[in-house]
Design a protein. Structure first.
Length: 371
């Protein structure tokens, strides 16, 4: 079975996800703004859900067309082969959004798409009513500049929900973004990783999972596992494949510190649930007392800032302290995500490289120091 897929993603992560999908065996990989398209079979569907570190969710692209009227939306939707994916008893709720399009009422679009799918399936299944008591097949629509994309979500809960973080501290970084920072820092199995403002430990845990090749979704479930059209054996095969690739035999070690004792306790529990507690050492420590415990190291951090936890003045003071503590020396690299355009000035030196990323809805820069 050849399937066309779409991954919606945080802006700035498209190329990272495209490379990841190629490494998982995807074909026809194309990056667009805020999404990545590719194709593959049902095994790739399971593999992408289980193994992707950076994706928000894995969706099946049922079809695309242009619509400037409700009639065009109805007819375009009705033409698509919904019966290939949705069974007679399956539930198929509809949700989505419209941006810069003639059809701007989301609730009207929702109702029309639902009606069109029902009409198509009535004819195919020869029934007049759908109970929708079976597994959920969430239909997702996006209308951008009158282009309609109709998708089926295969993930269920967002893929950032790995299962190791039931409790988080205030303003936690999303797991998918934390993993992306580790990828952009080119974290390797022989590196020593530091996060001196680690909060609930997400960056350290994602880094440890990445270098030891622990698939982030191996211990959770996905909505497409309950779909009758797929053999449930594909999920078993792909989970076994993922577990076979884990390798704990590395020199990697991580050090996390924070001034919040409660956050550190949460971080320790999270690391344990993720299976990486032996690779991470946590201690209570203020950033002003940061003392590296190795000759070389990679520091990745998401410091609190004005829009998040501190007022602007406190955040500026913090950046100055970081500038003093994060010394420019051989064998050391620093990756700091911040929304502050003044960060380099407060930190005391220009970044070697910058990359625009979004932390939730907040536009940020990743400031990279590695020379």
């Amino acid at each position: 079975m050849n399937i066309n897929f779409v991954i919606p993603c945080l802006l700035g992560l498209e190329s990272i996800i495209a490379n990841e999908m190629k490494s998982l065996g995807a074909e026809n990989v194309v990056s667009e703004n805020g999404r990545v398209l590719f194709s593959g079979d049902e095994y790739l569907l399971a593999r992408a859900n289980i193994c992707s570190r950076f994706s928000e969710r894995i969706q099946i692209l049922v079809g695309e067309f242009y619509a400037r009227s409700f009639e065009e939306l109805f007819q375009g939707t009705k033409k698509l082969p919904w019966e290939d994916w949705i069974g007679e008893y399956d539930a198929f709720p509809v949700k989505g959004y419209s941006i810069n399009s003639a059809l701007f009422s989301v609730s009207d679009c929702q109702a029309i798409i639902k009606k069109a799918v029902v009409e198509r399936m009535k004819a195919k299944y020869n029934v007049s009513w759908f109970d929708e008591t079976g597994p959920i097949h969430q239909i997702q629509f996006s209308i951008m500049k009158d282009k309609v994309s109709l998708l089926l979500d295969t993930s269920g809960m967002g893929l950032h929900k790995r299962g190791y973080r039931p409790v988080a501290n205030a303003a936690p970084i999303k797991e998918t973004l934390a993993a992306s920072l580790c990828d952009l820092a080119r974290l390797r199995p022989y590196h020593t990783l530091y996060d001196p403002m680690c909060g609930s430990g997400t960056i350290l845990i994602e880094g440890a999972m990445m270098v030891h090749n622990i698939a982030p979704g191996v211990n959770r479930n996905f909505s497409a596992e309950r779909w009758d059209i797929f053999d449930e054996n594909i999920w078993t095969v792909e989970r076994e494949r993922a577990r076979d690739l884990v390798n704990y035999d590395t020199d990697f070690v991580a050090f996390g510190s924070d001034i919040d004792e409660t956050a550190l306790e949460i971080a320790k529990e999270n690391a344990k649930r993720a299976g990486v507690e032996r690779k991470i050492k946590f201690e209570k420590c203020d950033i002003k007392d940061f003392k590296p415990q190795s000759e070389k190291g990679t520091v990745i951090c998401n410091p609190p800032y004005g829009e998040r936890l501190l007022d602007i003045e406190q955040a500026q003071k913090l950046y100055k302290i970081m500038g003093n503590k994060f010394e420019q020396k051989r064998g050391w690299a620093y990756y700091i995500i911040s929304p502050s355009e003044e960060f380099e000035k407060e930190f005391g030196r220009k970044a070697d490289k910058r990359r625009k990323l979004y932390n939730g809805m907040i536009k940020c820069q990743l400031y990279m120091y590695f020379k």
